[in-house]
Write a new protein. Structure first.
Length: 280
C-alpha cells in the first residue's frame, strides 16, 4: 500500500498587525510581525516595525557634551529666548501702554514685598526702549549660541534663569526703594560670566570676553540710569554656576551641577525672603 503524503496545512495571507486589512509578506526583522509599507522603518538589515524602533531608541545612549549636557545640534533655545523677548516688546509697545505694562510687571520693590514676586521674573523680559532690546538681544545671540552648544539645552536654560534671578535679587536687595527696574541685562551678564569661566576651562583665549565684560562694567557704573545691581547680580550668579558646570568631577557631575543650581537658587530665595521681611 502506497503511503500518501499529508496535504500541506492551509494558511491565510498574512496581514499587517497594525492594519489588519492590508495584506503583506514583509516582516519586522526584530519581532517577526507582518508590517505594511506604512509601518516599515528602514533598518540596517531589512525593515522594523514602529514599536521595535521605539524600543531600540530607548536603549540608545545619547552623546554627552564636554560638560555633561546632551549635545545640542542647533541653538534653538537661544533663538526661542530672543523670540520671547521680542514678542513681549511688541506687546509692550505695539498693543498696550508701555508705561502701564512696566508698572504692572517691572521690578518695583514695594510691590514685590507685598507679595507680587512674579515681578522678579517678568521684569527680565521687559525693555525700556528699542535700543535697550537690540543691545541685549545682540548679546544673547552672540554668546548664547556657543553656551547652548557647550552645555546642552537643560543646563543653558538653568544658567539663563539663575542669572536672571541673580540680577533681580541684587536689584531687590540694593536698588533704591522706589525704582522700577526692567531688562534682560542680568541674564546677559550671567552668560558673559559663564563664557569667561567655560572658555578658561577649555583653554580658549579669554581676552575678548574679558574685554567685553570690563567694558560693560565700566558703562554700568559710569552711565547714569543703568542698574548696576542687575548687571553685577547676574554676573556673579552666572559665573558661580558656570564654575560648578565647568569643574564638577566627572564621576559626580550631575549631582554637583544640579545640586549647585539648586543651592544658588535657594540662597537667592532666602535673600529675597529676608529683604521682604525687612520691607514689611
Amino acid at each position: 500500500m502506497t503511503d500518501i503524503p499529508p496535504a500541506p496545512e492551509e494558511t491565510g495571507v498574512p496581514t499587517c498587525y497594525r492594519h489588519p486589512g492590508r495584506e503583506t509578506y514583509v516582516r519586522c526583522t526584530r519581532c517577526d510581525r507582518p508590517i505594511c509599507p506604512d509601518c516599515m522603518v528602514e533598518a540596517a538589515v531589512g525593515f522594523q516595525c514602529p514599536e521595535c524602533v521605539k524600543a531600540g531608541n530607548r536603549d540608545v545612549r545619547h552623546a554627552a557634551g564636554r560638560f555633561g549636557g546632551e549635545v545640542a545640534t542647533s541653538p534653538r533655545l537661544t533663538y526661542a529666548l530672543i523670540a520671547v523677548n521680542v514678542a513681549v516688546f511688541l506687546l509692550q509697545y505695539g498693543v498696550g501702554d508701555p508705561g502701564r505694562i512696566r508698572f504692572d510687571f517691572g521690578l518695583f520693590p514695594p510691590l514685590v514685598a507685598e507679595g507680587e514676586f512674579y515681578r522678579l521674573a517678568t521684569s527680565a523680559f521687559l525693555h525700556n526702549s528699542l535700543a535697550h532690546l537690540l543691545l541685549n538681544m545682540w548679546a544673547l545671540w552672540a554668546v548664547g549660541q556657543s553656551l547652548e552648544l557647550w552645555l546642552g539645552r537643560a543646563r543653558f536654560l538653568a544658567l539663563y534663569a539663575v542669572s536672571a534671578l541673580g540680577g533681580a535679587t541684587l536689584v531687590y536687595l540694593a536698588s533704591p526703594l522706589l525704582s522700577n527696574t526692567a531688562g534682560a541685562s542680568g541674564a546677559i551678564f550671567g552668560l558673559f560670566g559663564a563664557v569667561f569661566v567655560l572658555s578658561r576651562r577649555m583653554n580658549l583665549d579669554i581676552r575678548p570676553i574679558a574685554f567685553v565684560i570690563i567694558l560693560n562694567l565700566v558703562f554700568t557704573f559710569v552711565w547714569s540710569g543703568i542698574s548696576w545691581q542687575g548687571h553685577l547680580g547676574g554676573l556673579v550668579a552666572g559665573g558661580l554656576l558656570a564654575f560648578a558646570y565647568a569643574y564638577a568631577p566627572r564621576e559626580h557631575r550631575n549631582a554637583v551641577q544640579w545640586g549647585t543650581t539648586a543651592a544658588i537658587t535657594v540662597l537667592m530665595l532666602a535673600l529675597i525672603a529676608v529683604r521682604t521681611g525687612a520691607l514689611t
